[in-house]
Ligand binder design. Sequence first.
Ligand code: SF4
Length: 251
Amino acid sequence: MNLPEEITDLIELGAIFYCSHSGGKDSQVMYTRLRQVIPEKQLVVIHANLGEVEWPGVIDHIRRYVIHPFHIVKANKTFLGMVEARGMWPSAAYRQCTSDLKRGPIFKYIRNDLKERGATVAVNCIGLRAVESVARAKREPFRYNTQESVNGRVIRHVWDWLPIFDLSTAEVFQEIREAGEEPFWAYADGNERLSCVFCIMGSVNDLRHGAICNPDLYRRYVELEKQIGHTMFMKGKVPISLEDHVGIKIS
Ligand code: SF4
């Protein structure tokens, strides 16, 4: 992997690299890259645990391959609890789930960890890729995170880095294989994305597969939709129930 000059400089500065690992293929390939180029003492792996709504077995899958310090962080609320309290599902435009359940706990961990180490420079590594969506293609692969950085009584400089920004999906799977690893088993069944079993941005194929493999969780989503009177998905401009969207009725 060719390292951008800015990253080489940050390594020399002693920056701590925090690899956000969901257990999905993109996180996995990002970690295989990072562990080749980041000095051992400067790399930490973090998993934002989504509890009951993430694929069972994901944490074991991460542990199988991670050889660096591995930390699991968790928000003080749950995905389904958050939906119930708001009476609404998150949307692609307003992804409260990502900010509250993933980003928030990860940055809290980074702030505390830097403080404990007496370090001031962090690189937040995220496995986003340009080909995933038009919005993601517009992201800058390396940028100073002004929200998380402070330069006063406390000094903290945080950079966001997307180390696999230019990889295609085929290259992701190929690099995982070349590293002698396997992606999480659900991909072999045709899953395109991982993380939440029922993602608000998931394809029908992924949602169906999730429902077949996790019928009890599926039932809870379907029942929660009915309870709050708000659907996860729309068909055009019309709300469509999860059962109709996925094509599986709960009995
Ligand atoms: S996987 Fe989907 S539903 Fe789950 S937190 Fe991320 S965006 Fe939200």
